[in-house]
Design a protein around this ligand. Sequence first.
Ligand code: ADP
Ligand code: MG
Length: 247
Amino acid sequence: MNRVPSGVKGLDELVEGGFPEGRSILVTGGCGTGKTILCTQYIFNGAEKYNEPGIYVTLDERPELIRQDMLRFGWDLAKLEDKNLLQIIDGSLAKIGMPSEEEFSMPAAGFDLDRLLLEIMRTAKRIGAKRLVIDSIPALGFNFNSENEVRNAILKLSYMLMRIGVTTLMTTESSLENMSNYGKYGIEEYVTDGVVVLHYMGIGTRSNRTLHIRKMRATKHSEDLHPIEITDKGVVVHRVEKEYEEI
Ligand SMILES: Nc1ncnc2c1ncn2[C@@H]1O[C@H](COP(=O)(O)OP(=O)(O)O)[C@@H](O)[C@H]1O
Ligand SMILES: [Mg+2]
């Protein structure tokens, strides 16, 4: 089994060196928990450290803002785009029916799963992509009538992505109020190969962020709740102190 390391400090050793190749992993958490930062870090490191081209499909945020925000962490996405090591696909405007000025975007009309897959396939072929991020699943704006339709759509997505040969992080929203589900639709966790959960208790001067691996098929993984920090180099995952374990 080949591993796809995130390059995120402290994370890869929690999953035997990296995510299982070709699989789709859900990154879930409330707003501001660091999903977009973590996913960008995965794509940036892939291109920069491991020479693996990546695709970032953004549905929540406009590409120009992501490029700008990520410079704070020293991640020059535009430079990677110039070198064909990264392609950002803009779905942020298509989903509200507006045309995008980005070179690569979803058409304003007819935004759907098949179109998205086609665009991903074309792009993957063009740059030889090994990594993919879809940020976020709820923003795909699926008009599902039943859980079954959501399940089928995500299964189809994961299956096609595996055939394309990319290792995917997809984000979804979960809330503290609904702790029994790890995704917006309540079923994403069952149809993806792994689930990484981010938490943020954003109160007080000591920020209280954690990460835990809820599930990861095909590998052993840490079962602990790990403290994390968002630093000026991005997300850093810490080990659980011995003291915590003995309490
Ligand atoms: N430069 C930074 N240093 C430290 N924390 C930051 C920095 N930039 C953003 N953050 C934190 O990250 C949060 C945004 O993370 P993001 O990945 O966009 O969240 P999500 O995608 O889960 O909504 C902000 O609300 C803030 O708390
Ligand atoms: Mg986000």
